[in-house]
Design a protein. Structure first.
Length: 179
């Protein structure tokens, strides 16, 4: 099983403003209408695991549900999903290792892990195998950080790096085994 983070951060390491706003991502010039490899990445995964806040954020976008792959929302408080995504989204809860084992047993081998708190929880439990982090050339000054201070040391190696004409840089990291 492979768990992968695919996310953008500001140059100072934030994934959103303090109030969860990500409009700053849309302000970066993109004259070629590039998706920066996102469609290719989505084709490579089996399903998504995201937190409740990320799920609610995606629901707030002015578009149809953007994912063709099954989405599992980690939540202890949600009782049901919006009817518009019924069959596309499933609520899942429990200890992360148990959740991952359940998804693996159901045939989901390559998971996209999304959402700040969810990513941080997976990192705390050493359950992230790869990270694809796109650095956006903006400084927010404050906001929701990608990484928490209380995550223990985890070692990754840079697998590839790609820079774009608008100043964004996408880095693909793979977890180093400690054995």
């Amino acid at each position: 099983m492979t768990n992968i983070v695919y996310i953008a951060t500001s140059t100072d390491g934030f994934i959103a403003t303090k109030d969860g706003n990500i409009d700053w991502l849309m302000e970066v010039p993109n004259p070629d209408n590039s998706d920066y490899g996102f469609a290719e990445f989505m084709d490579s995964i089996d399903a998504l695991v995201m937190g409740r806040k990320t799920y609610e954020k995606v629901l707030s976008f002015d578009c149809d549900w953007p994912y063709s792959k099954k989405v599992f929302v980690l939540s202890n408080s949600l009782k049901s999903v919006e009817s518009s995504v019924d069959g596309k989204v499933e609520i899942i809860k429990g200890k992360l290792k148990e959740v991952i084992a359940k998804l693996n047993n159901a045939g989901y081998k390559k998971l996209y892990i999304d959402g700040g708190a969810t990513i941080q929880s997976f990192l705390r439990e050493d359950l992230i195998d790869e990270m694809i982090i796109t650095n956006v050339p903006v400084i927010l000054g404050e906001g929701i950080p990608l990484f928490e201070n209380n995550i223990h040391e985890l070692n990754f190696k840079l697998d590839s790096s790609e820079s774009f004409g608008n100043g964004m840089v996408k880095n693909h990291y793979k977890r180093l085994s400690l054995s």
